[in-house]
Design a protein around this ligand. Structure first.
Ligand code: TZD
Ligand code: CA
Length: 526
């Protein structure tokens, strides 16, 4: 009779979850024993990095990814990184080894006490099989919950379960298919189409889910078809629309009143694939401009339920997008120029301005480069200089939890080897996920890290001016040398201060990882 381990391995193999990101301990070894050769175990040296890499990999492939953590301590280390996976809706299947069943209750070392509660509320579903025979079904549930609800899940498995021999019923799980379809009713579609047709001055607001769902080009088609000005929903974790397109209006600011001001004059605000809204800095005011109505289309029922205003339709945004394209006549203007030219980059005294660094990236890197950005004070400089015309071009930590950028860039490059990957990481952010450098070196992952060294937590300085809390302690980080840190982890690195050197470095290529540290002037995000 097959063991629980054998059935689990076969299930994961059949579902394509053969790349495992992990950092194991004793409780996890029995699961890893006899792992077929078709699996690839990607070792991360800290669990925050393990989850960050898995998140990047999941966002690159669009598929569930298995993560292997060590008991409660490893799970706890993963928790900060998990906040990002929640808001990017990445289907991460976290597994953690539990002590043997007889030792859990008495809390032997490495018992994961109350394991099913440990990762709540970040894990959308968590469980522990009630007996060894339930291991395959529980693992399948963890995968399907992640896939269907697009959320991270967590499964704790007592390690003595893996060698249990199971009967034929346990293997039935292997043949399951679980699918989802979220097509709105005819009435719902007609109603929406009529609202858009009747609108005098509608606007489109697009969220990261549009890019995740592979709808980047279809969103452009819709905007062009109806001549809709397109905004990106605030606090984006992916870019759903080309940022130099003539219909692109920018990333919406993340304050309540600021959004109303930005969208003033639009009688209909159609939000596709985004929460309404991911506010950040508190700027009180009306939720919507005078006289405007908001309709949100999302496949995330939670996002629809918690929005404070507007109508919501819980449906696949792709289906709705196609219906709008098919059922409304084209309003296309005879626009000649589809793309707006790049402005001259700003300059600074003493060090490079971030705009110069971004312009250099834009001018030297392949047009289809995927950028993983974790530099918090350089937002406006980024959007001013970049020219991103391809799907999956831009990724940012979805919860704002730092430590995503460096590992996610590694996972992304592993998940989509056809796309060049550049991590653009602040000198503060880099430290939270720094051990990903080792994984990049060890697996020879072709990824470029550009570290912007301005010696400070720049965004906090800026926030201090908003909150009236200037000159607080704990915001300066002088004395870090990432070129030397990188060498220690096995990643070739250089340090540049001049624009010419930066260009020369960026133009050179490498088939493994490399790090370029650039000294930059502090700037503000807005
Ligand atoms: N810790 C974690 C895990 N996430 C956070 N977001 C913070 C702390 C707080 N924080 C921010 O929100 S931005 C920031 C911190 C520390 C500064 C990041 O510094 P950086 O980028 O060098 O990466 P800038 O461009 O200098 O702001
Ligand atoms: Ca910094």
């Amino acid at each position: 009779m097959p063991t629980a381990r054998r059935i689990a391995h076969e299930f994961l193999e059949r579902r394509g979850l053969t790349t495992i990101f992990g950092n194991p301990g004793s409780n996890e070894l029995p699961f890893l024993a006899e792992l077929p050769d078709s699996f690839r175990y990607v070792l991360g040296l800290h669990e925050g990095v393990v989850v960050g890499m898995a998140d990047g990999y999941a966002q690159a492939t669009g598929k569930p990814v298995l993560v292997n953590l060590h008991a409660a301590a490893g799970s706890g280390n993963a928790m900060g990184a998990l906040t990002n996976a929640v808001y990017s809706r990445s289907p991460l299947v976290l597994t953690a080894g539990q002590q043997v069943r007889p030792a859990i209750g008495m809390e032997a070392m490495l018992a994961n006490v109350d394991a099913t509660q440990l990762m709540r509320p970040l894990a959308g579903w968590s469980g522990e099989p009630s007996c060894a025979a339930d291991v395959p079904r529980s693992l399948a549930q963890a995968v399907f919950e992640a896939e269907l609800r697009r959320c991270p899940t967590y499964l704790s498995v007592p390690y003595d379960d893996w060698s249990a021999e199971l009967d034929a019923n346990a293997a039935v799980t292997l043949d399951r298919e679980v699918r989802r379809g979220l097509t709105p009713s005819e009435d719902q579609l007609t109603d929406l189409v009529e609202q858009v047709k009747a609108a005098r001055n509608p606007a489109l607001v697009l969220g990261g889910d549009i890019d995740t769902a592979g709808l980047f080009d279809r969103a452009v088609a819709l905007a062009e078809h109806l001549e809709l000005p397109a905004w990106v929903a605030p606090s984006p974790f992916r870019l759903p629309f080309p940022n130099r397109h003539r219909l692109f209006r920018g990333v919406l600011p993340a304050g309540i009143a600021s959004i109303s001001t930005a969208l003033a004059g639009h009688d209909l605000i159609l939000v596709l694939g985004a929460p309404v809204f991911r506010y950040h800095q508190y700027v009180p005011g009306p939720y919507l401009p005078e006289g405007s109505k908001l309709v949100q289309v999302t496949d995330d029922a939670g996002a629809a339920a918690r929005a404070p205003m507007g109508e919501a339709l819980v449906a696949d945004p792709g289906v709705v997008l196609e219906a709008l394209l098919a059922r409304i006549e084209s309003r296309t203007a005879d626009a000649e120029e589809h793309f707006v030219p790049n402005p001259e980059p700003a300059t600074a005294e003493g060090a490079l301005h971030p705009e110069q660094v971004f312009a250099a990236l834009r001018d030297t890197q392949a047009a289809d480069t995927s950028y993983v950005v974790e530099s918090t004070s350089t937002n406006s400089a980024w959007w001013r200089q970049m020219d991103l015309r391809h799907e999956s071009s831009y990724f940012f930590p979805a919860s704002g939890g730092l430590g995503f950028g460096l590992p996610a860039a590694v996972g992304m490059a592993m998940g989509r080897p056809d796309r060049p990957v550049v991590g653009v990481i602040g000198d503060g952010s880099a430290n939270y996920g720094i051990t990903a450098l080792w994984t990049a070196a060890h697996y020879r992952v072709p990824v470029t890290f550009v570290i912007l060294r301005n010696g400070t937590y720049g965004a906090l300085r800026w926030f201090g001016t908003l909150l009236g809390t200037e000159n607080v302690p704990g915001t300066e980080i002088p004395g870090l040398d990432f070129s030397r840190i990188a060498e220690g982890y096995g990643v070739p690195a250089t340090s540049v201060t001049e624009l010419d050197d930066l260009h020369a470095q960026l133009k050179s290529t490498s088939d493994g990882p490399r790090l370029i540290q650039v000294d930059t002037q502090p700037t503000t995000p807005e």
